[in-house]
Design a protein. Structure first.
Length: 215
């Protein structure tokens, strides 16, 4: 079985990205793009990002997670520390994040180093989650084999009864990571495949150096 995709083509014509128009700090450009997409392209889930890790088996793996906060220091998301993703980060903290916003014809690729955030910050975010999400974090031994969905649903029902009228504490194996960028590449689709690409790279003195790349 095969399917020929060679005729799948799209002309990108919604914007431009010129080096001389970009700020000195890439986080400022990220913030600007994020806000524009969030305001004008609601069909895109703006904070959905792909994170790629190198697993303990030596293979890269990518999956979509949700960005929950960004600062000048980096990009924060939450997960199970004992999941396949968490074990991969423990093995190799170098990761890649990517955002693709179809409506705006934009992509951002971020290379960075990952660290756990402070426990009290993870506590604060966990407390802000709906109770169902809190219990789900406890029920799911993320990435491990489970016999059936019924097992998960039975465990959830048991925990709902156990924690009825009780506060739910964050489990130690669940919390936040921050990805501190060392490289950020911004891509704006353009006609005739002559796309605009601007890359920021952190130098040895921790200053951002930016360059235009060929498409």
């Amino acid at each position: 079985m095969e399917k020929d995709l060679s005729n799948y083509r799209k002309s990108y014509e919604k914007g431009a990205l010129l080096l001389e128009d970009t700020p000195e700090n890439p986080i400022e450009l990220f913030r600007s793009w994020f806000n524009e997409v969030d305001n004008f392209f609601p069909q895109d889930e703006t904070n959905a990002m792909t994170i790629s890790t190198i697993g303990t088996d030596g293979f890269p793996k990518s999956r979509v997670v949700l960005l929950k906060k960004f600062t000048y220091e980096g990009f924060i998301f939450y997960t199970n520390y004992e999941s396949e993703k968490g074990k991969a980060i423990q093995h190799n903290p170098n990761v890649c994040l990517s955002f693709f916003w179809h409506g705006a014809e934009r992509q951002i690729i971020i290379k960075g180093q990952t660290e756990k955030i402070a426990a009290n910050l993870s506590d604060g975010y966990f407390e802000s989650r709906p109770r169902g999400s809190q219990l789900g974090a406890i029920v799911s031994k993320q990435s491990s084999v489970v016999a059936s969905r019924q097992v998960l649903e039975d465990d959830l029902k048991r925990l709902e009864e156990e924690y009825q009228n009780k506060d739910i504490q964050r489990p130690e194996y669940w919390g936040g990571y921050i990805v501190k960028p060392v490289s950020m590449e911004f891509w704006q689709g353009r006609p005739n495949r002559l796309h605009d690409r601007v890359v920021y790279t952190l130098d040895m003195d921790f200053n951002w150096v930016k360059n235009r790349l060929c498409p």
